[in-house]
Design a protein around this ligand. Structure first.
Ligand code: 6PG
Length: 248
């Protein structure tokens, strides 16, 4: 596994740097022929990245007509909810680019979680031409990092962390008293490229625990695409607890 870590002076510089990397990775995947696949992260950090991808020059470097969009996770809410990761991406990116509607694969947060997860796994496999026993290789997965070390909706002390067969699963998060749908480690760790985007001083302590202490209890520590690339894109505030010599 190739690892890379970039620290940018501000959140705005982080978004610009990440947009450049996303454009390079997706253009590279598309140059290889056929379609490419991008799994979007939820939360607030990627908003400015999505806005940059929705406008020139990044927008025009990507052939959106050959891109399939997925989500790493979704809250179990309707798509029009302010909590919806789909809604955020639709507003900041998807309505601004020429992506065929059937290439936008929304997790159905409005449906019962278990059925929605099973249906999404079927849709993912079908869109990526993967058989029932294959694990699709996503071109690029964007992830965030929660202050408790969660990523996507892989939260600490939840059974979904032990899932090794299913690619998409439902999870009830006690702390949030809410259900989520999430990609699981087998799918995330088979991606060609995974990019974490982490911004703000509130993430500094957890980022050090993940990146330098490698605490196994922290879900983000479990993201390790063995045959792929893993990039950490940070701003200076988030990286403020990292020591130079320990940065991978
Ligand atoms: C979600 C995300 C989640 C997010 C982290 C960081 O649905 O909320 O997928 O994993 O990436 O919680 O969120 P922020 O970017 O808002 O700090």
């Amino acid at each position: 596994m190739v690892q890379g870590l970039e620290v940018f002076p501000t959140a705005a510089a982080l978004a610009r740097g990440a947009a450049e990397r996303v454009a390079v990775v997706l253009d590279g995947a598309l140059q290889a022929g056929g379609n490419a696949s991008l799994a979007l992260s939820g939360g607030s950090t990627p908003r400015s990245l999505y806005e940059l991808l929705s406008e020139p020059p990044c927008r025009d470097r990507i052939d959106w007509t050959r891109l399939h969009i997925f989500w790493g996770d979704e809250r179990c809410v309707p798509p029009e909810s302010a909590e919806s990761n789909y809604r955020m991406a639709q507003q900041t990116l998807l309505r601004h680019v020429k992506i065929p509607p059937h290439h936008v694969h929304r997790m159905r947060g409005e449906l019962p979680p278990a059925g929605a997860a099973r249906a999404y796994e079927r849709e993912l496999r079908s869109a990526l031409g993967a058989g029932p026993d294959e694990i699709p290789r996503l071109s690029l997965v964007l992830l965030g990092l929660g202050e408790d070390g969660h990523t996507a909706s892989l939260f600490p002390n939840t059974p979904v962390l032990d899932e090794r067969r299913r690619l998409i699963a439902e999870v009830f998060v006690e702390r949030l008293a809410a259900s989520r749908i999430t990609m699981t480690f087998p799918l995330l760790n088979n991606a060609r490229t995974v990019m974490f985007l982490v911004s703000g001083g509130s993430k500094a302590a957890i980022l050090r625990s993940v990146l330098q202490e490698h605490r196994p209890a922290l879900p983000a520590t479990g993201v390790s695409p063995q045959a792929g690339e893993l990039f950490w894109y940070l701003d200076r505030d988030a990286a403020s607890h990292l020591t130079e010599r320990e940065i991978p």
